[in-house]
Write a new protein. Structure first.
Length: 156
């Protein structure tokens, strides 16, 4: 598999399947041996550290110079992503019904979760979200009142 230039994840997945099959065969008494094959070390393929505090501040400074609906939406998105370390899909799946500005909370559906989790938001993030809702409107569902429909995030 290495010679065929398969990725480490592919190789490790196949090894896990073979080990599980041999273990089952041993438990059923079909074989009396076990398979001891080590996984291939996976190499990280991208930097996932994010922008850091300086990059976050730079993004907010850039957005502060603009007052168009897209910039207002983007401020809310950037604040949600950075403040609560949310994943893109967690923000993109939000609807107005998931936000409660009176209690400074948002309910997100985390990766691999089946139920929403309620998170507390800082005042600047709540202000950014309130500003976006003032432009977007507070009716749940797909946003149609602005020209920012190309991005799903916060449009739902």
């Amino acid at each position: 598999m290495i010679e065929r230039d398969l990725s480490a994840n592919t190789i490790n997945g196949r090894l896990a399947a073979i080990r599980a099959l041999v273990k089952l065969a041993r438990m059923l008494g079909l074989v009396d041996w076990s398979l001891e094959a080590r996984n291939v070390k996976a190499q990280p393929y991208r930097d996932t550290k994010g922008t850091g505090v300086d990059g976050f501040r730079l993004l907010l400074a850039h957005l502060a110079d603009r007052i168009d609906p897209k910039a207002i939406r983007d401020r809310a998105i950037v604040r949600l992503l950075f403040e609560r370390a949310l994943r893109r899909e967690e923000v993109a799946s939000l609807d107005v019904a998931h936000l409660d500005l009176s209690t400074n909370t948002v309910s997100i559906l985390g990766k691999g979760r089946r139920e929403r989790e309620t998170l507390t938001l800082a005042a600047p993030t709540c202000r950014a979200l309130a500003d976006w809702l003032a432009v977007r409107g507070t009716v749940p569902g797909r946003c149609s009142s602005t020209s920012t429909g190309h991005a799903r995030a916060m449009a739902d």
